[in-house]
Ligand binder design. Structure first.
Ligand SMILES: [Fe+2]
Length: 301
């Protein structure tokens, strides 16, 4: 880890140096501000051993966890420890401007998944809830704009903040089985994490919201935030939110079916095994059996 951090810091400094050199030769003084920031931050980090993470995608880099993909064993697992928290994160919308739209959309949906799962998890707590709902407001107001108009720095910046807020519930253990379903999809079939979450999340919302009034009430708070129906039984509340999420996924141009991203029906037994063993399963608000996981995969297929 130390070597990786050093590499990161060294890269920041080196990139800043090269860019500064290029700017001086091309008279592009407009490049100097971000470059100088990179140089100064890099030098400061070299001097103080402060880890720096520049956001381009998911906010996992500002949590205390990292996800490791074992290609031989076909598993994605988390390692987490407090020293892995960075002391500094740079949220620079300029750095995301050239992100391909599909990647921007997928990482935005990952942020939404973290926020929704964080708000309904069995590990719910007031802090996690505040972060999750704050993130969802920003996602509601900025995700589609940020993807459709990459030149909109406000929208991009707000999504960086949303992503940063959305990961915080995960750091207190508040997450759920959309992630449990998605990790094996990535491990076995290389489905990008955010794409898998975008597909699986609506089905998990419907499954969880039908699991009792206390769980449904959490979803009611999210529905209210999105201006959706909050009354009626839990399955109705869940369906309203799930349909809304499906609409966003479609609008963003992301796949809505696992079969579209290379997951075959015969792969479901292996995927179920992976989902059952995933750490996120432990904190889902509704207990999910092997048959529940198989049914969720079949629905998402
Ligand atoms: Fe995630």
């Amino acid at each position: 880890m130390k070597g990786k951090i050093d590499l990161y810091v060294g890269s920041v400094t080196f990139a800043g140096f090269i860019a500064l050199l290029a700017a001086s030769r091309t008279q592009r003084t407009d490049l100097l501000d971000p470059i100088m920031i990179a140089v100064l931050v890099g030098l400061a980090c070299l001097a103080q051993r402060v880890p720096v993470f520049l956001f381009r995608s998911s906010a996992i880099s500002v949590s205390f966890a990292a996800v490791i993909k074992d290609r031989d064993e076909h598993i994605k697992f988390q390692v987490a420890d407090l020293p892995m928290y960075p002391r500094l994160a740079v949220l620079d919308p300029e750095s995301t401007r050239t992100l391909p739209p599909q990647l921007a959309a997928a990482t935005g949906m990952d942020a939404m998944t973290h926020a929704i799962e964080g708000h309904v998890s069995s590990e719910w707590n007031p802090h996690a809830s505040a972060y999750a709902l704050g993130a969802l407001r920003l996602i509601r107001d900025n995700l589609e704009q940020a993807v459709a108009h990459p030149e909109d720095d406000d929208a991009r910046g707000n999504m960086l903040i949303a992503s940063n807020l959305a990961i915080q519930p995960t750091s207190s253990g508040a997450i759920g089985i959309a992630h449990s379903l998605s990790h094996p999809c990535g491990a076995y079939y290389d489905v990008p994490h955010g794409v898998a979450n975008a597909i699986n999340l609506p089905w998990v919302i419907e499954f969880n919201a039908a699991g009792g009034e206390p769980i449904a009430d959490r979803y009611r708070e999210i529905n209210e935030l999105f201006g959706l129906e909050v009354g009626g039984p839990g399955d109705q509340v869940g369906h309203a939110l799930a349909e809304h999420v499906r609409g966003i996924v479609t609008q963003l141009g992301l796949p809505t079916r696992l079969s579209e991203v290379g997951v075959p029906e015969e792969g479901i037994p292996q995927l179920v095994e992976g989902a059952e063993g995933d750490g996120c399963t432990l904190v889902n608000p509704r207990e999910a059996t092997a048959e529940d996981f198989a049914e969720l995969y079949r629905k998402a297929l």
